[in-house]
Design a protein around this ligand. Sequence first.
Ligand code: TZP
Ligand code: MG
Length: 202
Amino acid sequence: MIGAVYAITDPAAPIPVLDQARAAARGGAWAVQIRDKRASDAEIAALAETLLAEFASLGVRVFVNDRTEVARITGADLHVGQGDGDPRQARDRISPDACLGLSIETLSQCARVPDGVDYVGVGPIRATATKPDAAAPVGVDGLARIVAALKVPAIAIGGLTAADAPALKRAGAAGMAVVSCIVRAPDPEAATRTLVETWRRT
Ligand code: TZP
Ligand code: MG
């Protein structure tokens, strides 16, 4: 079951990644993804192990971005992008209980979502400074077309805030993933709670 609010950490944000993750979990996020292109596998694994231990009782899932080996070793969930290798190989390497996500940037990529992918991240919906190499934004209309072509739940991502929740829900998204809206908020825990409440109300 995919939840509404999926928080992603950013090592460039003003507060430490552990604090970002903890605030998102306290605020009611369904999942927290550790995303850091520069950190070593050992650093990501240590973070994942800390969060897996802390979040087990909260029921908050812990994902690692593009680190199949770290997911395999720690039992964390895994998110991979289009350029991160064959998702079927990732699926075979990680725990059968782990959740696997795949990024989708275009309608044509929907036809290449293999069995074993539990959700897709769709975006960017809007332009975002967080991922400078992101593909062209698909917009909410593009999201709706992509959702219609998919057999798995879609989590929207890219330039999103709580104000987008109603439109994303109407477009058929199962949830929304955010970086800045949580980790750059003055109060990341409150920002997460606002996202969760807004999604629930709409
Ligand atoms: N993938 C597509 S857009 C994006 C990622 C990781 C960044 C989203 O960040 P923000 O700050 O929520 O726009
Ligand atoms: Mg990637």
